[in-house]
Ligand binder design. Structure first.
Ligand code: SAM
Length: 124
């Protein structure tokens, strides 16, 4: 199967100029641990996770904005990528989700390790 068939199309995202507290609030809803970060034009520019927010709290720095704590070098996938390639990206980089982007670098979904678990749940 391809990423398109397993990805979650309702990715919760955030913009880079929002406050870390806003990211924490979104994460607290419990729907996801990964927020793709968008610029003003809706392009993917980073990712922020519960890990990053926790780190910001522990270091108690002056960082106030998502932009200051996000990971900028985002490892991503696209809808037509075979899921085994996507799974390798997760494994090799010790991460648990990949934003799914179209050709314009706009987020169209998110693929998490949990979504890959569907492969073993009898759906395929
Ligand atoms: N388990 C790891 C550890 O013990 O260090 C932590 C998980 S991972 C390395 C944490 C970092 O990965 C976070 O800073 C997060 O922003 C980053 N991350 C998560 N998903 C990512 C992705 N798709 N692309 C790039 N970075 C990602």
């Amino acid at each position: 199967p391809r990423v398109r068939e397993l990805m979650n199309t309702k990715a919760v995202s955030i913009t880079e100029d929002e406050k870390i507290k806003t990211a924490a609030r979104k994460l607290l809803k419990g729907e996801t641990n990964h927020l793709p970060v968008l610029d003003r034009n809706g392009m993917l520019v980073g990712i922020v996770t519960t890990f990053d927010v926790s780190k910001a709290v522990v270091h108690d720095g002056k960082n106030n904005l998502v932009r200051d704590i996000m990971t900028k070098n985002v490892i991503k996938t696209h809808p037509e990528e075979p899921v085994d390639i996507a799974a390798q990206k997760l494994e090799r980089n010790n991460i648990s989700a990949l934003p799914v982007v179209d050709k314009e670098n706009r987020v169209v979904g998110i693929l998490s390790a949990i979504d890959l678990g569907k492969l073993f749940g009898g759906r395929w």
